[in-house]
Design a binder for this molecule. Structure first.
Ligand code: SF4
Length: 460
């Protein structure tokens, strides 16, 4: 939690809400959009407070150690920055009572949240973000508690769920206003409408290079920094909402990204960085390769991770070597399926020969098998187990690690209609049914037993 000592201009409280789910873990997951908005507001003179309901380093957790509900201790996490959230069991949501897995609130205890809220001066405006569509009840609970402490302050909700399921959010969250689309384009207008303070605009929402660095310094600790060197993707995969969320592609100059990396490294000692780009390697000669070369020249002892998959067809020997020398440690490839002859219905990202070539180049550059994972979508509408096990075998045969990724049906994607038709749940009635942990588009073939079998197959 961070808050200003002295308030002159309007005071905005930004909140990263709880997650309600069957499973959650901090895989380099930070509310980058919210922290960009915090930085933009700060740049324009607003007073900022920040509360992260997913804070793994909350002081109540005794320096990152706190007994979890299952008796284990949460810790500060791994050396690459990832780590577990504190979790508290809560009842399964309506309609999923029969799912035989524990449902939990991930994040700080509600009483810590109430104490943190009570400790800050009354804000003039509260902004809450939202991420996965099926996490909306975590946002709702965050808003409910926030309103008990600040009943007279307007609460605005934006983010991915608010954009993809706008009408549902308006009806269900209890927010005073729900916004859709990229927040940078409307943040100052909204802040001005609600507070009456209208500063001169100091950045261009359509130009990433004019944005201030996201306000990671508002966190208690910075175990890693997500980097966004570009936004948007030229592809249009049937299962992805990237184009709906960010229809225009924007790119930052490589030298500016390097300055940001140096800033977090030199001022805050950050050594782990996670690329959040949808398409980091697209047009790489003019973008990513220049950045990797500049990083190598600086000889910074840092590590890079790519939780958002890389485009396989862009990886040749030069790219693989530069990535290795720049300090890439975790490589994730967007393979999705190895049923290459059928994939045109889903995407046009990669052919079999391009996949094999990329893997050969990465291994030759020096990456170890364990560092290179290929995401494989599991639970697509109409997908059978045999095609998944076949894909796992293709990846293992190529000499790298299969990483099963559960398919989430997402509104506004090309696959949504088919997902709605295939699902054993009423997907359109409640986003909670799109939770990928319950394989909403699969039949009973996808039992937990089958899933653990697939997991075992992927690691052995
Ligand atoms: S390539 Fe990746 S980001 Fe682009 S549309 Fe496909 S899944 Fe989405």
């Amino acid at each position: 939690m961070t808050h200003p000592a002295k308030l002159q201009t309007p005071h905005v409280l930004l909140i990263n809400p709880w997650i309600h789910d069957f499973a959650a873990y901090d895989f380099w997951a930070k509310p980058l959009g919210l922290l960009y908005l915090a930085a933009i507001l700060r740049l324009h003179g607003f007073q900022i407070s920040y509360i992260d309901c997913l804070d793994r380093f909350h002081p109540e957790s005794k320096d990152g150690k706190k007994e979890n509900s299952d008796g284990r201790f949460i810790t500060a996490g791994k050396k690459d920055g990832r780590g577990p959230y504190l979790k508290t069991p809560i009842p399964n949501p309506r309609g999923l009572e029969k799912v035989s897995r524990k449902y939990s609130r991930y994040g700080i205890k509600p009483e810590w949240f109430v104490r943190d809220l009570s400790a800050i001066p009354r804000p003039d405006l509260i902004m809450i973000t939202s991420l996965m569509t099926y996490w909306y009840s975590g946002v709702k609970e965050t808003i409910e508690i926030t309103k008990t402490i600040f009943p007279d302050t307007p609460v605005i909700c934006g983010g991915i769920y608010a954009t993809l399921c706008h009408d549902h959010a308006v009806l269900n969250l209890g927010a005073d206003h729900v916004v859709s689309g990229p927040g940078e384009e409307i943040i100052l207008k909204i802040a001005s409408d609600f507070t009456g303070y209208s500063p001169t605009v100091l950045f261009d929402a359509k130009d990433l290079s004019t944005y201030p660095y996201p306000a990671f310094d508002l966190q208690r600790k910075i175990p890693y920094v997500p980097l966004m060197t570009s936004r948007g993707c030229p592809f249009s995969c049937a299962y992805c909402a990237g184009n709906f969320l960010h229809p225009e592609r924007m790119v930052r100059p490589p030298e500016q990204v390097l300055e940001e990396i140096k800033f977090w490294y030199e001022k805050f000692g950050v050594i782990n960085f996670a690329f959040y780009d949808d398409a980091l390697l697209v047009d790489s000669e003019n973008h990513a390769l220049k950045l990797f070369e500049a990083i190598i020249r600086k000889d910074l002892k840092i590590r890079f991770h790519t939780p958002n998959a890389l485009h396989i067809r862009e990886i040749d020997q030069t790219t693989a070597q530069l990535m290795y020398r720049a300090g890439f440690e975790t490589i994730r490839l967007g393979l999705e399926t190895a049923a290459f002859e059928e994939r045109n219905k889903l995407d046009r990202k990669v052919t079999e020969s391009e996949f094999q070539r990329a893997v050969t180049c990465l291994l030759k550059a020096g990456f170890k098998k364990e560092q290179i994972g290929a995401y494989l979508l599991v639970g697509l509408p109409g997908q059978d187990i045999d095609s998944i096990t076949a894909s796992i075998e293709v990846v293992k045969k190529a000499g790298i690690t299969p990483v099963p990724a559960h398919y989430t049906p997402i509104p506004h994607t090309r696959l949504w209609e088919k997902a709605v038709q295939c699902s054993r749940y009423e997907l359109e009635s409640d986003p909670v049914f799109t939770n990928n942990a319950i394989f909403p588009c699969s039949n009973d073939e996808f039992s937990w037993k089958t899933l653990s079998l697939l997991k075992r197959l992927a690691v052995n």
